[in-house]
Design a protein around this ligand. Sequence first.
Ligand SMILES: NC(=O)C1=CN([C@@H]2O[C@H](COP(=O)(O)OP(=O)(O)OC[C@H]3O[C@@H](n4cnc5c(N)ncnc54)[C@H](O)[C@@H]3O)[C@@H](O)[C@H]2O)C=CC1
Ligand SMILES: CC(=O)[C@](C)(O)C(=O)O
Ligand SMILES: [Mg+2]
Ligand SMILES: [Mg+2]
Length: 352
Amino acid sequence: MAQLNFGGVTEEVATREEFPLEKALEILKDETIAIIGYGVQGPGQSLNLKDNGFNVIVGQRQPSKSWDRAVADGWVPGVDLFPIEEACEKATIIQFLLSDAGQISAWPTIKKYLTEGKALYFSHGFGITFNDQTGIIPPDNVDVILVAPKGSGTSLRRKFLAGQGLNSSYAIYQDYTGKAKDRVLALGIGVGSGYLFETDFKKEVYSDLTGERGTLMGALAGILEAQYALLRRKGHSPSEAFNETVEELTESLILLVGENGMDWMYANCSTTAQRGALDWRHKFREAVEPVFEELYEKVASGEEAKRSIDTNSQPDYREKLEQELGEIHNSEMWQAGAQVRKLRPQHEGQKV
Ligand SMILES: NC(=O)C1=CN([C@@H]2O[C@H](COP(=O)(O)OP(=O)(O)OC[C@H]3O[C@@H](n4cnc5c(N)ncnc54)[C@H](O)[C@@H]3O)[C@@H](O)[C@H]2O)C=CC1
Ligand SMILES: CC(=O)[C@](C)(O)C(=O)O
Ligand SMILES: [Mg+2]
Ligand SMILES: [Mg+2]
């Protein structure tokens, strides 16, 4: 573990330098890792583990679209792709990567295969933290661990293929074997993490639900929609409203933030922009602070978990979500976006 300074606060983290892949492979050389669920994280984590040389199998419902996708990705039925129960039986480490709602109905099945010394791995603190709602209470004689990549499984895989990685948090809820820390860090490195920082199951789920409902997804969509609608109401064209709200952000400014921080992005904009943004950021922060407070409270009370479980446990949850995403997709703003994306200069070569 490395002691590193994060803005004046020292944290103990695992980096790829002092926890190299070879060490991870040695720790897990006698383990069979079963990835249960092949949705978004399942493909990313399982393919990265396989390419990194671990013993990994996939467990998935059959027949299903996800099963077909696993086959298309190179998993071979009867060799390294099995129905869920068979994969759980073969596994010494069960990576529970069904949707958080799906984990509830599959739990009685999974539980049967959690024999002494196995490890149960999550990528979210949801099931354990809200176990009054999920009923997920593991037996005492297994390790219960978590690696939560901070990004989509799609990006986890893409970054891996590009020789990069996403950072992940890790947590240990139960250390039965005395080897939980080695196991969790080795898995974290194996799935393609950048550096790994420690958390616990509750902190992971509170921060994760806040982040995705907040800045990363909910607030992001809301603030973009508000500015686009304002510009349209004031008579600006869709091109102008979309470029000034989204395209400039995703094609230019947010990339500069990612590269070298907020001040770097500001420094690469006009002094006119800097003056205005430095003033207005306070007003925006103050406006959203109460909303963030409300959000965190609803996460901590379990209300957000309840809403997610109630809706995502319905048989038609997928169709309903698709319908709501379709409304966004078909809105003027995002249709304008589709047109704008087609006109990006790098698309010119693809037209012929
Ligand atoms: N989507 C992402 O990139 C991230 C997800 N996570 C966490 O990783 C875990 C997996 O999430 P996703 O990959 O998004 O899951 P997902 O929503 O894509 O679902 C995974 C699989 O579960 C299957 N499934 C759903 N209900 C089922 C049931 N009752 N029985 C059997 N199979 C069922 C689905 O068909 C799908 O193949 C969750 O705990 C999630 O919070 C963490 C970080 C990012
Ligand atoms: C991608 C991720 O980490 C999220 C947004 O928290 C999620 O998909 O649940
Ligand atoms: Mg997350
Ligand atoms: Mg999440």
